[in-house]
Design a protein around this ligand. Structure first.
Ligand code: TZP
Ligand code: MG
Length: 208
């Protein structure tokens, strides 16, 4: 997959009434180079409508678009990828349906899960939650930056650090060896989404 640095995920509870596309476009302008539609509450029909609009945004800026959970919606809108958790469709089955050229990302919370995802051909893994977060309902305990250090030593596929990452603590994440950052609330909840993303990019680049 194409290299990336800053991964934004939608979280409309943080958008402060702003339109989904407006928020994600501001993030892309600020330097987000991959983004995901994550909507745990809406009907499939509504998620599909959002996915269609975000796919257009993805084409406008040539930034990969990932759909969380729904492989059927990802296929319907020809998204660039899907993101799956440990309780979703297993990676090997998803690969059969989705094809070898599409991006499949897997959430991991422990080395055993990271190794399995790599072995089974994930394109990238999520590594987290690094810090406590309120953005995920069924969240596990924070894995801390120790998990990043272990992943850096052993895993060869790209990984993205996620969970409670803010401008004020991202340096600790980068110091532990992460080179790609993912955030929901700090990005989409920002009153200046573009500026927040620019600041993340600046911090990532100084550490790389
Ligand atoms: N997976 C692990 S933590 C998390 C997800 C989806 C939520 C991240 O949200 P935030 O607001 O950046 O802590
Ligand atoms: Mg899921």
């Amino acid at each position: 997959m194409k290299e990336f640095r800053l991964y934004a995920i939608t979280g409309e509870e943080f958008h402060q009434g702003r339109d989904l596309i407006e928020v994600m476009e501001a993030a892309i302008i600020g330097g987000v180079d991959i983004f995901q539609l994550r909507d745990k509450y809406s009907s499939k029909k509504i998620v599909l409508e959002k996915a269609k609009r975000l796919k257009q945004l993805s084409e406008k800026y040539n930034v990969p678009f990932i759909v969380n959970d729904h492989i059927d919606i990802a296929l319907a809108v020809d998204a660039d990828g899907i993101h799956l958790g440990q309780d979703d469709l297993p990676l090997q089955e998803a690969r059969k349906i989705f094809g070898k050229d599409k991006i499949i990302g897997i959430s991991t919370h422990a080395m055993s899960e990271a190794r399995e995802a790599e072995r089974e051909g994930a394109d990238y893994i999520g590594v987290g939650p690094i810090f406590p977060t309120k953005s995920k309902v069924d969240v596990v305990d924070p894995v801390t930056t120790n998990y990043i250090e272990e992943v850096v030593k052993e895993i060869s596929i790209p990984f993205v650090a996620i969970g409670g990452i803010k401008l004020h603590n991202v340096d600790r994440v980068l110091e532990a060896g992460a080179t790609r950052i993912c955030a929901i609330s700090e990005i989409v909840g920002s009153s200046d989404v573009t500026k927040t993303c620019q600041e993340f990019i600046r911090k990532i680049e100084t550490r790389r």
